[in-house]
Design a protein around this ligand. Structure first.
Ligand code: PRP
Length: 213
């Protein structure tokens, strides 16, 4: 008998794109399209239950095996890490991590320890460690662009999609840190226990992605 799989989707933008992809792959996602306040939805024509969660929680649920699969941004994967298989680049949610500073400021032109604000302290640390550069990192929860404007930081490491937020706040990207897109992740035990079910799901999604390429 086929096991029902459970997948955690990152709520918001990635949720909508995931639903589009799964529907194109033949899965009826009507319950997820009009979820109301419900957080878990059984798909009517495929043995898959969909859980809606915040990005870092998607990783937590998959790592603990309460969800077999997850859709989450590479940004969250890089920041949070964890033990799971990252099996597919889903091609949407494309953006990048960039180092940005106040327009015209000379970030590298001093020996003073630089101060960097970010929602992603681990990504920031790894980036500057890779350069052998000592920086002070300040964790900010949102609208990080404020930190340099308020002179709390010399720069930020943040997600840039269109670049509009930086531009409208007098900042400019000076270096790319990492490319980001949505990834499909799989619990390591589920991959063995439910190999045929997961393979079927992956096959459908991959076939649709190949059609898009
Ligand atoms: C993200 C990011 C930037 C903005 C970039 O913020 O942190 O602020 O989007 O997008 P853009 O390059 O297209 O302008 P988000 O909307 O997630 O809000 P937050 O800063 O409050 O977390």
């Amino acid at each position: 008998m086929s096991e029902r799989l459970r997948i955690a989707l990152t709520k918001g933008r990635l949720q909508d794109k995931s639903v589009e992809l799964f529907e194109a792959a033949g899965l009826d996602c009507a319950p997820v399209r009009s979820p109301g306040r419900r957080l878990i939805h059984a798909l009517p024509n495929y043995p898959l239950d969909v859980v809606l969660a915040k990005a870092p929680d998607v990783i937590t649920y998959v790592e603990h095996g309460v969800c077999d699969l997850g859709v989450v941004g590479k940004d969250t994967i890089l920041e949070k890490g964890g033990a799971f298989y990252e099996v597919l680049d889903l091609g949407f949610g494309r953006c990048r991590f960039a180092l940005a500073v106040k327009k015209g400021s000379d970030f590298y032109g001093t020996y003073k320890t630089r101060r960097i604000a970010s929602k992603y302290p681990n990504v920031t640390r790894a980036f500057f460690e890779g350069k052998g550069m000592d920086v002070d990192i300040i964790k900010i929860e949102g609208s990080v662009e404020l930190a340099p404007i308020l002179d709390l930081a010399d720069g930020i490491v943040d997600i840039v999609e269109t670049g509009a937020t930086l531009k409208e706040n007098g900042l400019e990207p000076i270096e790319d840190v990492h490319q980001v897109s949505a990834r499909l992740i799989v619990n390591t035990a589920s991959m063995k226990l439910y190999k045929s079910e997961i393979t079927d799901f992956l096959f459908r999604v991959e076939r649709e992605l190949e059609g898009r390429a």
